[in-house]
Write a protein that binds this ligand. Sequence first.
Ligand code: NAD
Ligand code: ZN
Length: 259
Amino acid sequence: MSDSPELRRAAEAIRKSRKLAAFTGAGISVESGIPPFRGSNGIWNRYDSSLLDIDRFLRSPARSWEAIKAMFTGFLATADRAPVAPNPAHRVLAKWEAEGRLAGVITQNIDGLHTTAGSRNVIEYHGHCRTMTCLDCGKTVPLTAESTAADVPRCSCGGLLKPDFIFFGEGIPPKAARDAEELAATCDCMVLVGTSGAVYPAAALPPAAKRRGATIVEINPEPTAYTERGVTDVFIARKAGEAMTALDRLVSADGKDGE
Ligand code: NAD
Ligand code: ZN
C-alpha cells in the first residue's frame, strides 16, 4: 500500500503523542473472521436484537440463549474448530503498548482478542465472554462450548448463568466506565479502529477526547458518525489490518524520539 498523505499525517500524530489511546469496535475483529452485528452478514438480520435485552433474557432465557450462541459461533473453540486468532491490527496495538507508545485500549468488543494479542491495559467497556456469572449465587464459571451446551446453561445451585458481557438495559461495568473516561480525558491522540459510533455511551468517548484537545485518527473502510460529525481529524479509509501495519511501519521508521 502506498503511503497516502493521511497515513503520513496519522503517523506524525501518533509519533508526537505523549499519551496515545486506542478505541476499537467490531470492525477490528472482522479480519479475524468475526462478523459485526450489523450489515448483511450480521446476526441482527437473523435474530431480534431485543433477545439481548436483560428483561427478555430473564423472562425467556431459552430464546435469548439461542441468539447468544449464534453470536458465539465466531468466537468459541470447539472440538472441530480452533479459537479465533488476533490479526495484525490487534498485534500492532500490543506492540505499541510494549514499546511504550500506547497507554491503553478501550474496546467495545467482547471477543478478548486484544488480550490474546498481548495488550495489557485493555478496558473492556462492554465486558467479555470469558466467563458467566450465576444470577442467584454470584458464582463465576468459564464460558466454553461445553459449559454452554445446555439449552439454558445453569449454575450448580440451579440459578441462571449470564455471560459477563453487558446486555441491553444494563449499565457499563463501573470500573471500565471510570477507566475509559479517564483515558479519554487525558490522552492527546486517540486512534479509532473499526467502530461505527452508533452504540452509546461508548460512542461519546472519542468526542470527549476531542473536546480535551486530542487528535482523532480514524481507521474504517466506510465513513462513520465520527467522520460525518467532524470528530475525526485524520481518516484512513482502509481495513484495520492493512492500515495498522502501514502505520506501524511509518511510526517505527520515524523513530520514537523526534522531540
Ligand atoms: P458496528 O457493528 O456498529 O460497526 C462495525 C464497524 O466496523 C463499521 O463501521 C464497519 O464499517 C467497520 N468495519 C468493517 N470491516 C472492517 C475492517 N476490516 N477494518 C476496520 N473496520 C471495519 O460495531 P461497533 O461500533 O463495535 O458496535 C457494535 C457492538 O456490538 C459493540 O458494542 C460490540 O461490543 C458488539 N460486537 C462485538 C463483536 C466482537 O467482540 N468482535 C462483534 C460484533 C459486535
Ligand atoms: Zn449459583
